[in-house]
Design a protein around this ligand. Structure first.
Ligand code: 5AD
Ligand code: SF4
Length: 464
């Protein structure tokens, strides 16, 4: 018999996995762990013990891509003397990139994770020293809806993807190319999974989607096949309403909301249920109508501001966070100042800010000029980061002296004697443990703050 990988290496096979990028990748990693465990592969956090090393990658900006390249270079020492083991596999949004083919044994995209065990076995059986990446035809309908995620370690909060892919085609964004067309999981599977998570001890679930508000269930398949006469249609507001009523003791969050798709009904449902957290992540990307148009964002500055007003008039306590890109193609100083003035008008609780990074394959990469010089991008980015810090501190100070309802999630990183958790607005709160336990909801009196953390002590009066 020909000697091959399977006969020279004894089972069980150990695999090691790292996750990069967004929350959806964290959630996907949990799905991958679930698939691999069911197929007899064992998870290890010891790189040296692993037969298979998996990197679940991100392609959103060039920086994310470079960090994967560096990581692969750093891990190369594990494969000395032309050994076959460990196998290197790239998963996620960089899987289609040809650039890594000389560093890896296989690559699998975000819609093909069910095939991971078979692909690994196939690569193991192959006697060639180097195997070119196997690029699969992706299943564009995949939602993984009947696979329960398996976390790396025990947690109180978790993510659940309810939509995948994106049809919005923002001109800067690579996601439609890496993750494919938009599709939604069935409401039955989502409710069942959330009930299942609650029974397992989870106290909070974040519903995920690149564009979660465009969740739409009409019986399955891609959105373009919609038959509008279907009475069973469930949109995001109905899904939230159903979930919040069915699992009243589970905290529910969701991310990310595209301002174009957020309906008034969603805002009403969030305000109606005390178990839906009062925080909305509402990326604006730019405060300039000219730039929003170039980005194909499908809303204007005015529409965005009126949405913010609507949210605040119904839920004044609701926190709002943002994503902003600076230095997009043709962004002039005047347009940058419009972003600054929008930030001053909204005064966000917090936000994520990036300088524009052209991504091959996108409309902006192909058709627009990346014409803002790097030092200008950097300076503009610094200006908005500095401004956000001022707004965050302003917002945090408003909590001083108040009592916040906090779900305890774990030990504080800085002090073993402190817990950390989050209030409904998604702000981190740190406080001495006393007799409280992970998973409990406690009332914490806020006595101090930084720009990102509230500091307090358990309010004995409220916790009686
Ligand atoms: N360059 C810079 N930032 C980007 N984002 C998405 N694509 C790019 C890009 N090409 C940012 C957006 C998005 C967040 C997840 O990442 O702000 O909301
Ligand atoms: Fe990165 Fe976007 Fe892929 Fe998430 S979906 S891993 S942010 S490219």
């Amino acid at each position: 018999m020909k000697k091959n990988f399977l006969t020279t290496w004894k089972t069980p096979f150990f695999y090691y996995i790292e996750s990069y990028g967004c929350q959806m990748n964290v959630s996907d990693t949990e799905i991958i762990i679930s698939i691999l465990s069911k197929n007899g592969f064992l998870l290890t956090n010891n790189l040296k013990k692993a037969h298979i090393i998996l990197l679940n990658t991100c392609a959103i900006r060039e920086k994310a891509e470079l960090s994967i390249k560096n990581r692969l270079d750093n891990l190369r020492y594990l494969k000395s003397n032309n050994q076959k083991i460990p196998l290197f596999g790239i998963l996620g949004c960089l899987s289609k990139s040809e650039k890594y083919s000389n560093l890896i044994d296989f690559s699998i995209g975000p819609n093909s994770y069910r095939k991971i065990p078979d692909i690994i076995r196939l690569v193991m059986r192959n006697d060639e020293k180097k195997i070119t990446p196997i690029l699969l035809s992706e299943n564009q309908d995949e939602t993984y809806e009947n696979i329960s995620p398996s976390p790396y370690k025990k947690k109180i909060t978790t993510f659940l993807s309810i939509t995948r892919g994106c049809d919005n085609m923002c001109t800067f964004c690579i996601v439609p190319f890496t993750r494919g067309r938009e599709r939604s999981s069935s409401p039955y599977s989502i409710i069942k999974e959330c009930e299942n998570l609650y029974e397992k001890g989870y106290k909070e679930v974040t519903l995920l989607g690149q564009n979660v508000d465009s969740y739409f269930w009409f019986g399955g398949g891609l959105k373009k096949q919609i038959n509008n006469s279907n009475e069973k249609i469930i949109d995001f507001s109905r899904l939230l309403d159903l979930l919040a009523s069915k699992i009243p003791f589970m905290r529910i969050r969701f991310s990310t909301s595209n301002p174009h798709d957020m309906s008034d009904r969603v805002i009403e449902v969030v305000s109606k249920h005390s178990n839906i957290c009062k925080h909305i992540h509402l990326p604006v990307q730019s405060g300039s109508n000219k730039i929003l148009k170039l980005m194909n964002r499908k809303y204007t500055r005015e529409k965005y501001l009126s949405l913010i007003q609507k949210i605040r008039s119904i839920m004044p306590e609701c926190s709002i966070s943002h994503d902003i890109i600076t230095g997009f193609c043709n962004e002039e100083e005047e347009n940058h100042l419009e972003t600054i003035s929008l930030m001053n008008e909204v005064k966000y609780d917090y936000g994520y800010m990036f300088s524009y990074s052209p991504r091959p394959g996108t409309y902006a990469y192909k058709k627009l000029k990346d014409n803002v010089p790097e030092p200008v991008k950097k300076r503009r980015l610094k200006e908005i980061i500095d401004l956000q810090r001022i707004h965050s501190i302003f917002k945090m100070k408003k909590y001083l002296g108040t009592t916040q309802e906090v779900l305890i999630e774990g030990k504080s990183k800085k002090n073993n004697q402190d817990w950390y958790g989050r209030n409904t607005q998604n702000i981190v709160v740190v406080f001495p443990k006393k007799l409280s336990k992970i998973g409990e909801i406690v009332f914490v009196k806020i006595t101090n703050c930084t720009s990102a953390t509230l500091i307090g002590r358990i309010d004995d009066n409220e916790n009686k």
